[in-house]
Design a protein. Structure first.
Length: 662
């Protein structure tokens, strides 16, 4: 059977039946996506029915969207042939439609009158809906699927587990109710509600930026910075990737999109392939830290702390700036070391539309900060208002461009709005199902008492000292984060360890930012670094070399995981009170970047001694509790950094040439 590429890049069997079925799937996808967009948009305007009713309606709709998206792109059970996937999809969609109808019509009975005594019909509908969520997870997040299945089996058969984690076991009916119809836990609980409400409203802004080409304009603009000054090329790659990652919500997804443009240019400029991949890895990962979006985990942090989302954002600026400056400085040092010739990237001309798109992107960021920080409006209402303003501006710009170019056609006119609906529906639906999966995970954690048992270990660690407790917490988060996205890692870490660390006397903001940093680190943590796997594949480089190079570049993140315990002012109170801690950690981070990436002496033993001494002084600046002594040492470190830069620039010409592409 021959294969032909469709317009979206997927490969579809070139048979009349296959083309007709794909057309039907595509039409159904857009029809459901438009209804989904309209339903959620109405909720953002009115809040009608409340989040619980929204979840029981929209979780099945989300499942329909992810099924249709996989079906039309050929990813839905491709081994079943041409007709098989469509028959299975039809069965899934029919059940989801019935589940939505039943759960909405019986909403009050299930939630109020039959609470604790649900009938077999309730459990069957809820249990099958949870099974569909788990099946989607099996196809997309296999490690998370395995973890969920293991926890479900542990919930039922806990009596076979020896030691601290032994429990009597629970009946299957208890598991079914906990993961579905109880609604305080499981697939309809606050995590999926959060995806549909607060996070979904921010995805509206992201979808508009994507649909009208603002993301592509950012990459074009960063490339033109490099074109004006080729020495800035590596920094332009960092800025472009960081800017896109700040609104993409996923380090791995950003690396897959922007890395295909930035990595080849860095290799052409003289960077070894693994180093070029590591630069993209660090830049993409940093988008998870950058306000005002900060990835999904920041929304979850606001939910768990019972604070407004802006309170999280306001505290997130200082760590994000430290990370960005630390990575940018390290990349500057690498560029000085590897950049052997001027390379002018081959980029499209920067048009007026690109410039206006970048302005629109910046206005959306400023608007979110203004509405949440100055006007003090709720985050969901702020995102909705920014979306409406942004959509109006982008629509006017789009229509003006069409009029100027005199290229009027219904297809071209409708395309960005369909892209907006498609982007919103696919991102929101996929995220909703992911968080519904995490609802199953937290339900099994809760009813089996796992957090309490892990908390006992943590409190025993605290009995030794707080350092031991922090190390146990980091080890737990590290193990959970291997192979998982940021949001599930944060949720598990926050649910299991945060209450006990807070009870031991740590500030809640410190604990939750620690969990947040650990979760972000999870996308990089050896040996399952998701982002490094993506970038190393693009660069055709060694995965292990890319991963360990990225670990050194991402050193600021690891520094902050420890620094928030010795410099809690970094996250506890936003504003001017952050400044001393911010300056100390920033100075120490820049000094460490110099110690790790630069050469300070031609003689190797002397070079190692100088770099070790500098790193030791940076440790004092970051971790010594007395601010006065740390400040005095910071002044010395700043002087050493200036001297070290001067020495490095003198030494670089004598370094051995690094072959391109290694």
């Amino acid at each position: 059977m021959t294969e032909t590429a469709t317009t979206d890049g997927t490969e579809v069997p070139a048979t009349p039946l296959a083309r007709r079925l794909q057309l039907v799937a595509t039409i159904a996808f857009y029809a459901v996506s438009i209804a989904y967009f309209a339903y959620l948009f109405r909720y953002y305007m009115t809040g009608a029915g409340g989040p619980s009713l929204l979840a029981v309606t929209a979780v099945p709709m989300s499942m329909v969207i992810v099924v249709l998206e996989d079906l039309r792109s050929g990813r839905f059970y491709p081994r079943l042939g041409t007709v098989g996937p469509h028959l299975v999809a039809l069965a899934y969609i029919a059940f989801c439609a019935y589940a939505a109808y039943y759960l909405v019509s019986e909403f009050d009975n299930i939630r109020i009158y039959r609470i604790g005594v649900w009938n077999a019909h309730d459990l069957a509908v809820g249990g099958l809906m949870a099974a569909l969520v788990l099946e989607y997870t099996r196809r997309r997040y296999f490690i998370l699927f395995v973890l969920n299945v293991a926890l479900i089996l542990y919930t039922v058969y806990g009596y076979v587990v020896p030691g601290l984690f032994n429990h009597p076991g629970m009946p299957w009916t208890r598991v079914l109710s906990a993961v579905s119809v109880e609604m305080s836990t499981g697939i309809f609980e606050r995590l999926s509600q959060l995806a549909l409400t607060l996070v979904g409203s921010f995805i509206l802004v992201l979808a508009a930026l994507r649909a009208f080409g603002c993301i592509e304009s950012i990459l074009t603009g960063s490339s033109h910075i490099a074109k004006r000054s080729p020495r800035l090329l590596p920094q332009a790659a960092v800025v472009g990737s960081f800017g896109v990652a700040a609104v993409s919500g996923s380090g791995a997804a950003n690396a897959a999109t922007t890395g295909s443009a930035t990595i080849p240019v860095l290799v052409k400029a003289g960077f070894p392939r693994a180093t070029a991949a590591a630069v993209e890895t660090a830049s993409s990962l940093g988008g998870q830290l950058m306000p005002p979006l900060m990835g999904i985990a920041a929304f979850l942090m606001a939910e768990y702390l019972g604070q407004s989302y802006f309170e999280v954002v306001a505290r997130g600026f200082a760590p994000a700036i430290i990370y960005f400056v630390g990575v940018a400085f390290a990349v500057y040092l690498l560029a000085t070391k590897y950049h052997r010739r001027a390379v002018v990237p081959d980029v499209e001309p920067m048009t007026l539309a690109d410039k206006l798109n970048i302005v629109a992107y910046l206005l959306s960021v400023v608007g979110l900060i203004y509405y949440m920080g100055v006007a003090r409006r709720p985050a969901m209402a702020s995102a909705h208002s920014v979306f409406m303003i942004l959509l109006a501006i982008l629509t006017v710009m789009f229509l003006a461009r069409m009029a100027w170019q005199r290229e009027f056609s219904l297809k071209k006119l409708v395309r960005p709005f369909l892209d907006l609906v498609e982007s919103f529906a696919t991102i929101t639906a996929g995220l909703t199902i992911l968080l519904a999966t995490l609802g199953i995970l937290t339900a099994t954690f809760t009813i089996t008492g796992v957090p309490t048992k892990v908390g006992v270990l943590l409190m025993e660690g605290a009995g030794i000292n707080m350092l031991a407790m922090a190390l146990v917490a980091f080890g737990f988060g590290y193990l959970v984060g291997m192979g998982l996205p940021v949001s599930p890692t944060y949720i598990v870490t926050a649910v299991v360890i945060a209450p006990f660390m807070i009870r031991a006397g740590l500030d809640p903001w410190v604990v939750h930012f620690f969990a947040f940093f650990v979760a972000v680190f999870g996308e990089l943590s050896p040996p399952t670094s998701v982002v490094a796997a993506v970038t190393s594949r693009i660069a055709n480089a060694s995965f292990m070399r890319t991963m360990f190079s990225a670990l050194i570049l991402c050193m600021p993140l690891m520094v902050m995981m420890a620094a928030i315990f010795t410099r809690p002012d970094l996250v506890t109170v936003p504003g001017w009170s952050q400044l001393p801690a911010f300056l100390l950690v920033l100075t120490g981070t820049v000094g460490l970047s110099l110690a790790f990436q630069a050469h300070l002496h031609e003689n190797r033993p002397a070079d190692i001694a100088l770099r070790t001494a500098l790193a030791s002084l940076c440790g004092v600046v970051i971790f010594y509790p007395d601010y006065r002594i740390a400040g005095i040492v910071a002044v010395a470190v700043a002087g050493l950094v200036a001297w070290g830069l001067h020495r490095f620039h003198r030494i670089v010409p004598g370094l051995e040439e690094v072959p391109e592409g290694k």
